[in-house]
Design a protein around this ligand. Structure first.
Ligand SMILES: [Fe+2]
Ligand SMILES: [Fe+2]
Length: 150
């Protein structure tokens, strides 16, 4: 399935940010150590921030002219299949979240490439960079937990 318009992509991105904030909130509640809790609370805050940034963009009425045609973007390229089961442990959930971050990086990188104004490009590049950092932080946290278990 493809996106019909820039508004479609933006609505999708806003929804993903909302979901990301919610799942970090949940993960934060089940995390057992303080460092993990702090990391997840940080990520939750940043995703909330991303949502606000994107909403601000749509409010400022990003004209279609500020972005090249986004109709060739495929929705499935930015989604992770949900293998979520109740048996998933904390580490599994961290990895799952990291995979979602990878898709978020792809989405914002593609939007940056399609931006026709410097401002818009910079904004999507900023978001892509933050999501990349999120992925890395989750992977480091994952390693820590795996090492602790051994
Ligand atoms: Fe985000
Ligand atoms: Fe993120």
């Amino acid at each position: 399935m493809k996106f019909g318009s820039l508004k479609g992509v933006m609505d999708f991105a806003i929804q993903r940010e909302e979901e990301a904030a919610k799942s970090y909130g949940k993960l934060c509640r089940i995390a057992e150590d303080e460092a993990a809790k702090k990391l997840l609370a940080d990520l939750q805050q940043e995703e909330k921030n991303h949502k606000r940034i994107l909403q601000g963009l749509t409010k400022a009425k990003v004209r279609a002219s500020a972005t090249k045609d986004v109709k060739d973007l495929m929705i499935s390229d930015y989604l992770v299949e949900e293998p979520l089961t109740p048996e998933m442990n904390f580490q599994d959930l961290l990895i799952f979240a990291a995979k979602k971050e990878k898709k978020a990086v792809a989405l914002y990188s593609d939007l940056a490439k399609k931006s026709m104004t410097k401002e818009q490009k910079a904004l999507f590049e900023f978001l892509a960079k933050q999501e990349k950092t999120h992925k890395l932080r989750l992977e480091l946290e994952y390693e820590k937990h795996v090492l602790l278990e051994d």
